[in-house]
Ligand binder design. Structure first.
Ligand code: SAM
Length: 272
């Protein structure tokens, strides 16, 4: 049988479909998630139910968001799952997670073996709803997990690290080899836990400003911040804000980026 067919379903590359098939790994992931009855569990991309089934065994009800119409239809007729699931057949990028949390009456516990082709934009979408989310457990490319947890002065540290660490405490959970999936992805994977802060450690008044500063700095990561952020701050202003202008994007901490963003938001005349 083709390596692309799993449980009678032909995997669709455009939907990032790599199905988990390793029972031990599945058990470890579900134990790490630790779903409890009465919690608002929400799975993104349930697929053929590799994680959905063991999670649903522990709880009475859960919500799943699946873009693939055929897979959503399969779940709707699944003999064990169908009575336990609310199936949202929709692109997770367009889901209003705050509304979902209101409907379920509590903060969400979101999890999923994410489609790798959209995992980064999807996490940025979710960061917009962190007040409605209790925690998130995601299978991602290992390289993306490395970027999520990276600290300053490392190659993996970038815009994703800063934005993720602004919102969440991030804990790597386990590494997963390609052989645990069918079809096997070309890259190593890892599961990560993201827990939104109840109180942000470095609150920023205007997130657009933080987004702008971090994109601008990291898009020119080899330049000094004096150059990459030169249209926003003079070298003297950077020094006054405690930042050596000869540093590069990767040498600036999350707290420092937040400090820069708050200063710029208060001094809008400085922006071009
Ligand atoms: N959870 C299953 C497993 O572990 O075997 C499937 C994981 S597979 C990597 C990703 C799943 O996300 C697929 O079922 C795919 O159809 C679904 N998917 C892809 N893009 C999506 C999107 N934008 N919104 C919701 N689900 C999506």
């Amino acid at each position: 049988m083709s390596k692309l067919v799993h449980q009678g379903h032909l995997a669709r590359k455009r939907f990032g479909q790599n199905f988990l098939q390793d029972g031990n790994i599945i058990d470890s992931i579900v134990s790490a998630i630790h779903p409890l009855p009465d919690q608002a569990m929400v799975e993104i991309g349930p697929g053929l139910g590799a994680l959905t089934e063991p999670v649903a065994e522990r709880i009475d009800h859960m919500t799943v968001i699946e873009l693939d119409r055929d897979l959503a239809a399969r779940l709707a007729t699944h003999p064990f799952l169908n009575s336990k699931l609310t199936i949202v057949q929709q692109d997770a990028m367009t889901v209003d997670f705050a509304e979902l949390s209101r409907q379920l009456g509590q903060p969400l516990r979101v999890f999923g073996n994410l489609p790798y082709n959209i995992s980064t934009p999807l996490m940025f979408h979710l960061f917009g709803y962190t007040q409605a989310i209790r925690d998130m457990h995601f299978m991602l490319q290992k390289e993306v997990v490395n970027r999520l947890v990276a600290g300053p002065d490392s190659k993996a540290y970038g815009r994703l690290s800063v934005m993720a660490q602004y919102y969440c405490q991030i804990i790597p959970v386990l590494e997963v080899p390609p052989t645990s999936f069918r079809p096997a992805p070309k890259v190593d994977s890892a599961v990560v836990r993201l827990v939104p802060y109840a109180e942000l450690p470095y609150p920023v008044s205007d997130l657009q400003v933080l987004a702008r500063i971090t994109s601008q700095a990291f898009n020119q990561r080899r330049k000094t911040v004096r150059n990459s952020l030169g249209n926003l701050f003079t070298a003297e202003q950077l020094k006054e804000l405690g930042i050596d202008p000869i540093l590069r994007a990767e040498n600036i901490t999350v707290a420092q980026y937040c400090h820069l963003a708050n200063w710029l938001a208060e001094n809008p005349s400085q922006q071009e």
